[in-house]
Design a binder for this molecule. Structure first.
Ligand SMILES: Cc1cc2nc3c(=O)[nH]c(=O)nc-3n(C[C@H](O)[C@H](O)[C@H](O)COP(=O)(O)O)c2cc1C
Length: 200
């Protein structure tokens, strides 16, 4: 089977990671997934644009997986977008290379879920904070999926983190085996809420 999911993992200090270390454990072993650690590939931010474009062309689902840093992605993902999504290829009159593909974000946060929203100390929902990503996907004629989020990740036990890892794998297997119902997915704030049904 050709890989259909491209996971671009970005953690600037993976040696200190507890949460994402668990979440990504098995991903490179799943048939159908291409797993890439961007900070390992490009420690000097010297992104190989042609390689990255070829990888994007070869996959259907693009996943950015990262710890939330300052309400956004770690900086290498921004660099990746700046360099790889070229005019005339990703967007613009003749830029149709990504048309119809899906973009999804897997995010771990330090702060608890209740802090993300109008009434909380972080004021915005994660979906609102992802607005530039959603619009980037739209400009590139991609479908934007709600994120899969591990809120309050620093307080999670190893068992809880392992349950999130399993949920994430359920999501990927569902995508690979039967695809995801986009209309249904568009209605939820986080893909986590689809997991119980996908497990049936
Ligand atoms: C530089 C930096 C910025 C951070 N910014 C945020 C943030 O904006 N919101 C939040 O909820 N957590 C934030 N955190 C917490 C991280 O998201 C959290 O430590 C990480 O998701 C845990 O995953 P790990 O064990 O794989 O590192 C930040 C952490 C660092 C080091």
């Amino acid at each position: 089977m050709n890989p259909r999911i491209l996971i671009l993992f970005a953690h600037p200090a993976f040696e200190k990671s507890r949460v994402n270390r668990v979440l990504i454990q098995n991903l490179s072993g799943i048939e159908g997934i291409t797993f890439r650690d961007l900070y390992q590939e490009y420690p000097d931010f010297d992104i190989h644009v042609a390689n990255e474009k070829a990888l994007l062309e070869a996959h259907e689902l693009l996943v950015f997986h990262y710890p939330m840093y300052w309400y956004s992605t770690p900086s290498l993902i921004k660099e990746y977008l700046d360099l790889v999504l070229e005019h005339g290829w990703a967007y613009g009159m003749k830029g149709n290379a990504l048309e119809g593909k899906q973009m999804m974000h897997v995010i771990t946060t330090g702060a608890q879920e209740k802090t993300y929203g109008k009434a909380g100390s972080n004021h915005f929902t994660i979906r609102q904070l992802l607005a530039p990503m959603e619009q980037t996907a739209s400009l590139c004629k991609m479908h934007f999926l709600p994120p899969f989020v591990v809120y309050g990740s620093l307080l999670k036990t190893e068992q809880e983190l392992d349950a999130f890892r399993q949920d994430l794998e359920v999501l990927y297997h569902a995508f690979l085996d039967k695809g995801i119902d986009f209309e249904k997915a568009a209605k939820v704030s986080c893909l986590n809420s689809l997991i119980p049904e996908l497990k049936k």
